[in-house]
Design a protein around this ligand. Structure first.
Ligand code: MOS
Length: 744
């Protein structure tokens, strides 16, 4: 049994873990209903052009096929843009499946087959014949980099570059040490275990229960109600369990549209699950080219920072992320010029993927910092320490907290950085070259608006509810811990209800803001319950708490007591019974503090140290050791927190060495179709990883002091790996991933 008075901060195992490992947790495709039909999507085999004809006769005659939808016979759904804007939609025209004969990207859904079994739907989909009028595709960011433009409509104001400071070009020209290079990052594909899937269950009176693979049940619900003009009171979207997402499931995907479309048209329950191949077509971390120029004086103080980034977007939407602005705030520098553009490619719209923008931009900046360290003859860690800054220079704001010095110190000590010999190719072990590299990471600490409900029952049980999602991050567990702490009860006395659109309003799970937002909402609702308890306690006869203020009481061992003297108090059961109540339920709403936000910026930070061993003959790189020191405010649960950072580091190793979205630019077609053709780090690729959380008190980042952990773990990792590869081999590889051919 857990210590009752202190659950927050303890390494509590996931409360949803047993359900997951015993197969009781059901994912979006694992729900069934009577008379269910199954759909399969037919994907375009060209990247751009038009559909001349679709021949469906053979597929229609396939046993079990119920109906085949194309742009010629689709139901008359509203196809106006405005209806297709989800909560995280982008500037531009949202993709609308089967809208017309136009093909905008490889793998675009162009027909939809419904059958009595998933096998029949899939087989029949293979019989649909499509004639195309193909046009010349443009899918190479390197070739299109000069067709780039500044996004005319910013997705977010803070994604736009800050105004230039000083005179970066002149300072660069005059500086003692200069580096300038292009860094190229391949497109990457999110590959969570769970495929996109939607199961639509028909209820009575046209009510729909939809199990959707999404990072936001309410976003999916609002979207589907908008697209199909449905009564929001009659639709519930559930995402009780999400088998990974990484940003891919922030926006509703077309399987949701198809499942609902066919269900409404045929009046049957429906299930649509995508294939692994489809996952590669749909969304991706955009390929990106960055030019970073850094200059320093003889002592290594930065004199100029210039960062220009161009990444891909689709023909129809202007995807944007904050790639380059980090370079204006990571280190102290008075001469800064940042520019940011996007370029249209004939591919699906890119999407947010773990630390979108920062993972890309910090990879280039932190590799450039390593190059500058060598140019100036200064240790890479020392160079960063010399350029430490306490202010957000882009916005000219103070920072709520920045324990990055502690990250440097504790990370370096744990790694043994002081033992490093500076020269490239100077460390060996047997036949292997050994390289040590490091980098820093930044991610914005965000909190959004959110709500939660907390219910305390007369039997002592507590229920927490909010429409939050747990995408593998540990949301269930930390919300349970926060409630357990407030009511001084064991975590298993708390039921956590999340993952349904009819629960208290919560944004999508992304941006690392869920713990800060929903966690704060749960704490606020719990406090409201305690306040109500006190009011009832005070109306009891001879109440010992008559004069007590709400700030002076807390719950201890089932009693509402004075903080200063636990002897004085009343049992919660007695309070509820005296008031004639079965339970007390309170609802709370939280949001970022606007005054604080005007004066402060808030970030989480990391310092990551990497050892690689490179087999010189074979060109194989192994990441043998990683130490990542993280400053992210209060750690609610070191176990789930560590898992988040481990996952981020593994993904960063993937970015550095393995993950490469491959496109045949002649046809504009995506060449990776599965996890055999797109390598993500497997167990054999991962050795020792150590995570350190440095002490960081921050009462401004969020009411519960947390900054979020979902994304900071990946930021800087790819740079640290490539810096280590340089240290090992003397070869600076600026195009990721660093594959064998580039080493040799
Ligand atoms: Mo995250 S890329 O905001 O799900």
């Amino acid at each position: 049994m857990l210590n009752q008075s202190k659950t927050v901060g303890l390494p509590v195992s996931r409360i949803d873990g047993p359900l997951k490992v015993t197969g009781q947790a059901r994912y979006a495709a694992e729900h069934f209903g009577p008379g269910m039909l199954y759909g399969h999507v037919v994907s375009a085999t060209i990247a751009t052009g038009r559909i001349r004809a679709i021949h469906t006769a053979a597929a229609e005659h396939f046993p079990g096929v119920v109906k085949i939808y194309t742009h010629d016979n689709r139901p008359k759904t509203a196809y106006r843009d405005s209806r297709w804007k989800d909560a995280v939609a982008l500037p531009g025209h949202p993709f609308r499946p089967l809208e017309n004969d136009r093909v905008l990207f490889d793998g675009q859904p162009v027909a939809f087959v419904v059958a009595e079994s998933p096998e029949a739907a899939r087989d029949a989909a293979g019989l649909v014949q499509i004639e195309y009028l193909s046009e010349e595709p443009h899918t190479d960011i390197v070739a299109q980099r000069h067709e780039s433009y500044e996004p005319p409509v910013p997705r977010m104001k803070q994604f736009m570059p800050p105004p230039p400071r000083g005179d970066a070009e002149a300072a660069f020209a005059a500086a003692a040490h200069r580096v300038s290079a292009d860094y190229v990052l391949s497109g990457e594909h999110h590959n969570p275990m769970e495929l996109f899937a939607s199961t639509v269950l028909l209820g009575t009176d046209g009510a729909l229960t939809i199990h959707d693979k999404t990072q936001g049940s309410q976003n999916s619900c609002d979207y589907i109600c908008g697209v199909f003009s449905l009564d929001p009171g009659k639709v519930v979207v559930k995402n009780s369990f999400v088998g990974g997402a990484f940003g891919q499931a922030l926006r509703p995907k077309h399987q949701l549209f198809f499942a609902v479309m066919a269900s409404l048209d045929l009046n049957r329950s429906m299930k649509v699950e995508m294939t692994r191949q489809d996952m590669f077509y749909l969304t991706w971390r955009p390929s990106c080219i960055q030019t970073v120029s850094l200059a320093a004086d003889a002592e290594g103080h930065l004199q100029a920072v210039m960062h220009h980034a161009v990444h891909a977007t689709s023909r129809h939407e202007d995807y944007q992320e904050n790639v380059a602005n980090w370079s204006g705030l990571a280190y102290k520098c008075e001469n800064v010029k940042i520019s940011y553009e996007i370029a249209k490619l004939d591919l699906a719209t890119p999407g947010d993927m773990r630390a979108p923008g920062a993972a890309t931009g910090m990879t280039a900046l932190e590799a450039a910092m390593d190059e500058l360290a060598y140019a100036a003859g200064i240790d890479p860690l020392e160079l960063r320490i010399r350029n430490f800054v306490h202010r957000d220079q882009n916005q000219d704001k103070a920072i709520t907290s920045k324990a990055l010095h502690a990250c440097y110190r504790e990370g370096a000590a744990r790694f043994g950085w002081a033992e490093r010999s500076a020269a490239p190719r100077s460390m060996r072990e047997g036949d292997d070259l050994v390289g040590w590299g490091m980098a820093g990471g930044i991610w914005e600490a965000m909190m959004s608006k959110g709500e939660a409900k907390v219910r305390l029952s007369v039997d002592g049980s507590v229920t927490v509810s909010a429409a939050a999602s747990d995408i593998g991050t540990g949301t269930y567990t930390i919300l349970g811990q926060l409630a357990a702490e407030a009511f001084d009860c064991p975590v298993d006395a708390v039921s956590v209800e999340i993952g349904a659109s009819d629960l208290p309003k919560t944004g999508v799970e992304g941006g690392s803001w869920t713990a800060a937002t929903t966690g704060s909402a749960v704490q606020a609702a719990a406090k409201a319950v305690i306040k109500t308890l006190l009011t009832h306690a005070q109306s009891m006869e001879n109440s010992p708490l008559k004069e007590a203020k709400v700030q002076q009481v807390e719950i201890a061992e089932g009693r509402l007591v004075l903080e200063s003297n636990h002897q004085i108090g009343v049992s919660m059961v007695d309070i509820l019974e005296a008031a004639g109540l079965e339970a007390i339920e309170e609802h709370a709403k939280v949001g970022p503090d606007m005054l604080t936000m005007m004066r402060y910026a808030s970030y989480s930070h990391s310092a990551v140290f990497v050892e690689v061993k490179v087999d010189e003959e074979l060109g194989i790189v192994r990441v043998t050791r990683v130490v990542s020191a993280i400053g992210a405010g209060r750690i609610l649960n070191p176990k789930t927190a560590r898992s988040q950072i481990l996952g981020g580091i593994v993904m960063g190793i993937g970015m550095a060495l393995h993950e490469e979205g491959m496109i045949d630019h002649r046809t504009g077609r995506i060449m990776n179709h599965n996890l055999a053709e797109y390598h993500v780090p497997a167990h054999a690729d991962i050795r020792d990883i150590e995570v350190i959380f440095v002490e960081e008190d921050d009462d401004m980042a969020s009411p519960i002091g947390v900054k979020g952990l979902g994304e900071i773990g990946i930021v800087g990792v790819a740079a640290a790996v490539s810096n280590a590869v340089f240290h090992a081999t003397g070869k600076r590889i600026r195009t990721l991933p660093i594959t064998v051919d580039k080493i040799l």
